[in-house]
Write a protein of this length. Structure first.
Length: 335
């Protein structure tokens, strides 16, 4: 049952429930649902009066059913997207069917001196619920003006169709307080309804703006997320490049280290020759030269010269070996 009622209440609306027209359609559908319930309640209360032959029924007994048909028609027009026509038909026929025609047909029954002004006040409330003062001013203000004029001239209308009102009724309605009370109550209910509807409209407008802001922020966050994804991809590419650079650097460092180790090996070999093989013939030559200066005999000097030549040849051999060591390229460096 609840789903069925909600389906009727949202009949003719779209997904944007924050839209002012959608709100008016929802209010209108609630009115279309509520009034038939009230009319049917009146019928049930006076059911005996309706259980008579159709020719014996009074005009005002048909009005309830006619107005129910108008409400059903309004829901159907909302479904067709013709809400404006439905609302105008309802608001124009409602005072006519429920007040003006019964007053004319029954020559102003006594209860209408109270019911008619009350109905006009309620009619003003319905206008404010069904039409937006900000977005439908072309219809709102003429309807409200017509409603107020109907209230102002309600006494004249009641007395015009009255056959022979009692002096008490004439005295009551012709007193200025009677009309003033009606106008004051009209102002009271109109202002209260206006304030409530305006507050609801402002609340929905604020919700709409907040929703729009949220949507903008969502789009900004989506854009930022896209930028972050692109930055992440760039960082991954950069990390890949850095990894490649690191691998290349490790290879270069390993190669340089190997070269330095090879150079160290050369230096060690050079140091070994310098400390042992090179120094020995050099010291012998130096000693033989000094010894040659000391001796006087020719044979001894020749012998010393032979020894010097022999040490020189040995020194040359050692120097050639050192040169070979310096120029030698290790096997690992040839790859």
């Amino acid at each position: 049952m609840e789903k069925f009622l909600l389906k009727i209440i949202y009949q003719g609306t779209n997904a944007d429930y924050l839209d002012h027209l959608n709100r008016r359609i929802i209010y209108t559908n609630i009115i279309y649902l509520s009034l038939p319930v009230v009319y049917l309640t009146f019928v049930l209360i006076d059911i005996k009066g309706f259980l008579v032959p159709i020719q014996d029924l009074e005009w005002d007994q048909f009005i309830f059913f006619v107005e129910i048909v108008v409400c059903i028609l309004g829901i159907y027009l909302n479904k067709l997207g013709q809400s404006l026509i439905g609302r105008l038909v309802f608001l124009l026929t409602w005072p006519l069917l429920l007040h003006v025609i019964p007053i004319w047909h029954q020559h102003t029954p006594s209860d209408y001196y109270f019911a008619f002004p009350t109905g006009i006040i309620f009619h003003a409330v319905l206008i404010q619920l069904m039409f937006s003062i900000r977005h439908e001013r072309l219809f709102f203000w003429p309807l409200m003006a017509g409603n107020f004029l109907l209230l102002v001239y309600s006494i004249d209308l009641l007395l015009f169709f009255a056959d022979a009102p009692s002096p008490v009724i004439i005295e009551m309605v012709t007193d200025g307080i009677y009309l003033l009370d009606g106008i004051l109550y009209w102002l009271l209910f109109s202002l209260v309804t206006f304030s409530l509807v305006r507050a609801i409209d402002n609340l929905f407008d604020k919700v709409g703006k907040d929703q729009f802001t949220i949507e903008e922020q969502k789009e900004e966050l989506a854009a930022m997320n896209e930028e972050l994804l692109q930055s992440n991809e760039s960082l991954q590419e950069l990390n890949s490049k850095i990894s490649g650079w690191n691998e290349s650097l490790e290879d270069t460092v390993a190669k340089r280290t190997h070269e330095i180790e090879a150079q160290n090996e050369k230096l060690k070999g050079y140091a070994f020759y310098n400390a042992h093989k090179l120094r020995a013939p050099f010291c012998r030559i130096k000693g033989l030269v000094m010894l040659r200066e000391i001796v006087d005999e020719a044979d001894e000097k020749k012998h010393i010269e032979k020894l010097v030549e022999q040490s020189i040849r040995e020194l040359e051999i050692v120097i050639d070996e050192i040169q070979q060591i310096v120029n030698e390229v290790p096997a690992k460096d040839q790859h």
